[in-house]
Design a protein around this ligand. Structure first.
Ligand SMILES: [Zn+2]
Length: 452
């Protein structure tokens, strides 16, 4: 790969990248020659993106997404590793389910993938150990979400008592599992919205203001504070996923200062949009946690620029169009696709903050380090997988549903303009997308395990 500006651990350098058998073997001027020469003049060469938070829906909901459509969208957008959440069906609650899911994903994925395991209300120490042994990057706790006994599906905030539901995980579940996770050096990712606060503020959603009132930032802050105390007492690393509010950010900072181990993840929708946009967009912008106020957006942007947030991921959560677009705000399911626009949106935000290549820290190096995938992933240096993204910093990308590859095409960033374009994407040295179109075959992706 010749003539590009390469994002390396030593900063941006005008060097060549030599790749052999899917691995970077040299990063220096005049490296090579290689069997295939790629002209990267005028382009940025960045490490392939890692989306630390996607919902493949596979297995479980093929009408929403599967690993083939998910990873086609990922490849098109410069994401060469997706990290899938465990609320597929059956839920990834033990080693056997994880192994089956890895095999299924391997048969369909275009790019590499890693897997989260589930910490459920009924998880045993053997379940936790087994998931980590089987290669989970960590465990995910959905506070207040139960599991349906009959089909092992994670059920969102159940209301009335239902004998078919197992009790959801709570702070006690986390406290009980924390010492084992800490001993293994494995993180707990948590959906941080306190179920008690959500129940207290629940209401019908006539307009977007109702959704903000029903899912207040307080719910996020309360959950982060409680998990922070558990972290202080046990050494557990808590990864706050999809951080959405200034109040949650403040709670995380307080917890860190008090000795908690907190990793922060936010998403493009919270960095780009506000409640005004969400009101205009309607159901495509319905997600949990909610898209909030301009002050929340400003706080998240500032923290990201100051390296106070460790990674940006999408919470890519597609539904069938009929479950979103044809429904009222109240009836539409929460969640939207985003994996394809992660890198471009972050590049644009980074450009505005003064250094376009800072996006590589947010979506490649940051997730790789916080998930135990570094230095195999997330970096361009000898020995790393040759996951490379060629970016034209002078072109433009306009987000358009018609050009997307997820099964649900209409996302919250529809119509946004980014002053960059992803030209080519290589995954372990193989071209997987060119000018926004996937060109690789399903079934080449592999499970990536954390090194810890
Ligand atoms: Zn999620």
């Amino acid at each position: 790969m010749r003539g590009g500006t390469v994002w390396t651990p030593d900063g941006r350098r005008d060097v060549d990248v030599c790749v052999s058998a899917g691995t970077v073997v040299a990063v220096e001027a005049g490296a090579g020659p290689g069997a295939v020469e790629v002209d990267a003049r005028g382009l940025l060469v960045l490490p392939g993106g890692i989306d630390a938070h996607v919902h493949s829906r596979d297995p479980g909901f093929p009408e929403k997404e599967d690993f083939a459509s998910l990873t086609a969208a990922a490849a098109a957008g410069g994401i060469t590793t997706v990290v899938d959440m465990p609320n597929t069906v059956p839920a990834v609650e033990n080693a056997a389910v994880l192994a089956e899911k890895a095999e299924l994903a391997s048969s369909r994925a275009i790019v590499d993938f890693a897997l989260w395991g589930l910490l459920a209300g009924g998880s045993t120490p053997a379940d936790v150990e087994g998931l980590l042994d089987a290669g989970a990057v960590g465990l995910k706790a959905y506070l207040g979400y139960a599991i349906r006994r009959s089909n092992r599906q994670v059920v969102y905030l159940p209301g009335a008592a239902d004998p078919d539901l197992e009790p959801p995980p709570d702070y006690g579940t986390v406290a009980r599992a924390a010492p084992d996770l800490a001993r293994r050096g494995a993180p707990l990712a948590a959906h941080c919205e306190d179920p008690g606060v959500l129940r207290a503020f629940d209401r019908p959603l006539h307009r977007y203001a109702d959704l903000l009132a029903a899912r207040p930032a307080l719910a996020e802050a309360v959950a982060i504070a409680a998990l922070g105390v558990i972290s202080q007492r046990t050494g557990l690393e808590v990864q706050v996923v999809h951080l959405s509010s200034a109040l949650g950010l403040a709670a995380a900072r307080d917890a860190s200062r008090a000795g908690a181990r907190i990793v922060l993840e936010t998403c493009p929708q919270y960095l780009w949009l506000t409640d005004e946009d969400a009101e205009r967009l309607g159901p495509p912008a319905k997600m949990y946690p909610a898209i909030r106020t301009p002050a929340d957006r400003a706080a998240l942007r500032e923290a990201l620029g100051a390296r106070g947030i460790h990674r940006v991921a999408t919470d890519h959560a597609p539904h069938a169009d009929a479950e979103k677009l044809g429904r009222s705000l109240d009836e539409a399911l929460p969640g939207s696709p985003g994996v394809e626009t992660l890198y471009p949106s972050c590049l644009e935000l980074a450009r505005r903050l003064g250094d376009v290549s800072a996006a590589a820290r947010w979506v490649a190096e940051g997730p790789a380090r916080t998930l135990g995938l570094h230095p195999r992933k997330g970096v361009i240096q000898p020995g790393a997988d040759a996951d490379l993204v060629l970016v034209d910093p002078t072109a433009e990308t306009v987000v358009s549903a018609g050009a997307m590859h997820s099964r649900q095409r209409h996302g919250a960033l529809e119509g946004q303009r980014f002053g960059v374009a992803i030209r080519a994407v290589y995954a372990r040295g193989e071209l997987v997308a060119r000018d926004g179109e996937p060109v690789a075959r399903p079934g080449r992706g592999r499970l990536v395990r954390p090194a810890r």
